[in-house]
Design a protein around this ligand. Structure first.
Ligand code: FMN
Length: 340
């Protein structure tokens, strides 16, 4: 897309505003994905969230989104290969998404080669999650077209670099780079576009919306939290996840238990422990996001909570951020130039 907000991301995807609602397990529901895309951004489907949390058959869920918007949407493919069953299921979801017209994919964790081959054959693009240069290089070698640069302020599984450090590390790879983490207000959006990022992926900001089906206590906690209320816990998945430090999180601590740590550190038991974590965390996070009592729960959020002070419709967020960026344009970086 051309226009004041054109970047390599908008051109790769056909969207108007270089703003992505990142995939969120368990918070991505069809209405949220559709609302972001309908407003000119890009909503990304999280398949396990769509099916297991929100109860849709995968294809029907995509069609539900299509009934709410005809604009482009994306899909997140976690390409972790340790379970063959999971890998086959994920590949099946990619095929269905392609059949249903999805042309933008975000891959995370493993090697995205198979996804890239399938998506390229259908004329789509793949952006790969990277927390540092070495994962970015692997993703690009496997065929990815762009990068989602996950920094230390992100919700979900954060990286350990600042947005500035990460762009400096990735810019010369020549691929579009999207900033993920820490952006909760229009000022932050404008700032990172000015730095040379091709777009922004937000998660936490879009949870505090009427369209997101997360519980009201969870949304209120996001609105009320400050950046230093966000801590990392290993207790959910075995690797650090950003959560709001509620009294419950304080009481149970943030380190994996001794048995889990031991199992994770041994080759023979590592995969079993990861599977236990994966299954348990799916259930735990599903319950936590939907439970209106708000007790004993893990509420995932990033440090972008600092810029979030109201529950606001998702489309309004996209339009507000878009206006701010359009008013700030023309920016320093030429849209066709390398990011950074
Ligand atoms: C509740 C929650 C769940 C997430 N789940 C996923 C996921 O399933 N897959 C993924 O690639 N990223 C996931 N993320 C990361 C987001 O897609 C996005 O990159 C991140 O939220 C950006 O940081 P922000 O929360 O500060 O905006 C999740 C983030 C949150 C807050």
């Amino acid at each position: 897309m051309s226009g004041p907000l054109a970047t390599r991301l908008t051109r790769d995807t056909g969207i108007e505003v270089p703003l992505v609602c990142g995939a969120m397990y368990p918070c991505s529901n069809p209405e949220l994905v559709a609302a972001v895309s309908e407003a000119g951004g890009l909503g990304v489907v999280q398949p396990i969230s769509l099916t297991y949390v929100h109860g849709h058959d995968f294809r029907e869920g995509l069609r539900l989104i299509r009934s709410l918007t005809e604009r482009p949407i994306g899909m997140n493919a976690l390409v972790e290969a340790s379970s063959g069953t999971y890998r086959r299921r994920m590949e099946g979801w990619v095929d269905v998404a392609l059949e249903e017209g999805v042309r933008f994919f975000v891959t995370s964790l493993g090697n995205p080669r198979r996804v890239c081959e399938a998506v390229h054959a259908a004329g789509g693009v793949v952006y790969h999650d990277a927390t540092e240069r070495r994962w970015a290089e692997k993703g690009l070698e496997a065929g990815a077209d762009g990068l989602i640069a996950v920094n230390a302020r992100a919700g979900g599984h954060p990286g350990d670099r600042t947005a500035t450090q990460l762009l400096a590390e990735l810019a010369d790879l020549g691929a579009p780079v999207v900033c993920a983490g820490g952006i909760g207000d229009p000022e932050g959006f404008v700032r990172v576009l000015d730095m040379g990022y091709d777009g922004v992926q937000m998660g936490t900001r879009f949870i505090a919306t009427p369209e997101c089906r997360a519980s009201e206590p969870y949304k209120r906690a996001i609105v009320e939290a400050r950046a230093d209320d966000i801590v990392r816990t290993e207790r959910i998945t075995g690797v650090p996840v950003s959560v709001i430090e509620t009294p419950y999180v304080r009481s149970v601590g943030t380190e994996a238990g001794p048995l889990a740590r031991w199992m994770l550190s041994h080759r023979r038991t590592k995969h079993l422990m990861r599977t236990i974590y994966a299954l348990r965390s799916l259930w735990q996070l599903k319950r936590a996001s939907l439970d209106e009592s708000g007790e004993r729960d893990y509420w995932q959020a990033g440090k972008s909570v600092a810029g979030i002070d109201a529950i606001e419709p998702a489309g309004e967020i996209v339009r507000r951020f878009s206006r701010a960026a359009a008013e700030a344009a023309p920016r320093g970086g030429a849209p066709d130039g390398p990011a950074g």
